[in-house]
Design a protein around this ligand. Structure first.
Ligand code: TXA
Ligand code: MG
Length: 336
């Protein structure tokens, strides 16, 4: 059991002293959870194998699932990426810092533990003052998977991190809830056209507006390139069922089927109208815009888990823009 230090910092103007202390923890091979614009990350020195081993251990993460290297300036790419294609420079100029992870050729300096033995490496520049300051103070890249126990919903607040990892990591930087709420889009630019390996905070439409057509429905052969796709993900303890957007009849039918067998049910709804659905049914309503849904989703799943519901029914969202990432997480979360 590690004594986990928990410190609150301002998201806009983080206290230099606090961030320096966290950077020293990383420099000594420790683990620091920090906010990004997508979700909280669990950081380790990208060039310390012993720190990275601890990181996999703390999360219970399978060793064959590679990590994203987080950087604060593009000059540090030379130590990470052997060849950074022109299209990557265009994307980096347009979207970094931001919720886009690029998969590129690695250098020999990047550890096999980071890449899980692949010849590529994932890299991104997060759009958060705390994250950027932490990377600058360490002076080199930080590997950071989402700061949750492997398999569960990603953390969008420092309290989520605390619930999962208190006693297993050295430091938690709390700068309030993350803005976007789903992880970055992972784009493999070693392929032509580039392929989305994980839908995320940057929409396919936004990427295509800059570099033309990309592939977001690659077959399973290609998706195997992203080992993360093999694992169960985003699942709360309760099971998830999806209901079509606006479809009150479908919701009522599911509730009728489930109320007998399932004790407690939570519903996350945005456009299905309010009804009294029954004594054991808790309803959380969210605004009908996809930014709000993405921002709230993992928090609501965790809240329902805490209150002990057996089933979470979630109203679907339209599958465009950020809605693609939201539906991806919901489908994976509901797959048994
Ligand atoms: O928004 C995010 O990306 C967050 C924050 C903390 O930055 N991080 C995050 O990391 O979601 P993680 O480890 O939970 O997800 C990384 C994903 C995994 O699906 C992994 O398989 C994939 O990126 N990945 C990493 N390196 C890769 C590589 N070389 N080739 C293909 N996929 C890779
Ligand atoms: Mg993750």
């Amino acid at each position: 059991m590690i004594d986990t230090k928990y410190v609150t910092v301002s998201a806009e103007q983080p206290d230099e002293e606090v961030v320096s202390e966290a950077a020293r923890v990383l420099d000594r091979g420790g683990l620091v959870a920090f906010p990004t614009e997508t979700v909280y990350g669990l950081g380790a020195d990208a060039f310390s194998d012993s720190a990275i081993r601890k990181l996999f251990d703390a999360k219970g993460r399978p060793a064959d699932n590679p990590l994203i290297v987080h950087i604060a300036d593009t000059t540090s790419l030379t130590s990470i990426s052997a060849s950074f294609p022109e299209i990557g420079l265009t994307l980096a100029r347009t979207f970094w810092p931001g919720p886009l992870t690029l998969v590129v050729q690695r250098t020999d300096r990047v550890s096999d533990l980071v890449t899980a033995g692949l010849d590529s490496v994932a890299v991104r520049m997060p759009n958060h003052p705390v994250a950027l300051s932490l990377i600058r103070k360490l002076g080199r890249g930080i590997v950071a998977p989402s700061a949750n126990i492997s398999g569960g919903p990603s953390p969008t607040t420092a309290h989520h991190v605390y619930d999962d990892l208190n006693g297993r990591i050295d430091f938690i930087l709390d700068a309030g809830p993350t803005k976007i709420g789903v992880e970055s889009t992972v784009l493999d630019i070693t392929l032509t056209p580039p392929v989305i390996l994980r839908k995320g905070g940057l929409s396919k439409e936004a990427i295509e507006a800059v570099v033309g057509q990309i592939d977001s429905d690659a077959g399973s052969e290609i998706l195997k390139r992203s080992p993360g796709n093999r694992y169960k993900h985003y699942s709360p303890r309760a099971s998830i069922r999806l209901v079509k957007e606006g479809n009150l009849e479908e919701l009522s039918r599911i509730l009728q089927d489930e109320v007998g067998s399932t004790k407690h049910i939570g519903c996350i709804l945005h456009s299905i109208p309010d009804r009294h659905f029954g004594p054991n049914v808790i309803v959380r309503r969210i605004a009908s815009d996809v930014e709000q849904i993405s921002h709230m989703l993992f928090d609501l799943l965790r809240e329902f888990d805490k209150s002990g519901v057996d089933l979470i029914i979630v109203e679907e969202v339209e599958e465009k823009g950020l809605g693609m990432a939201v539906m991806d997480r919901l489908r994976r979360g509901s797959a048994s």
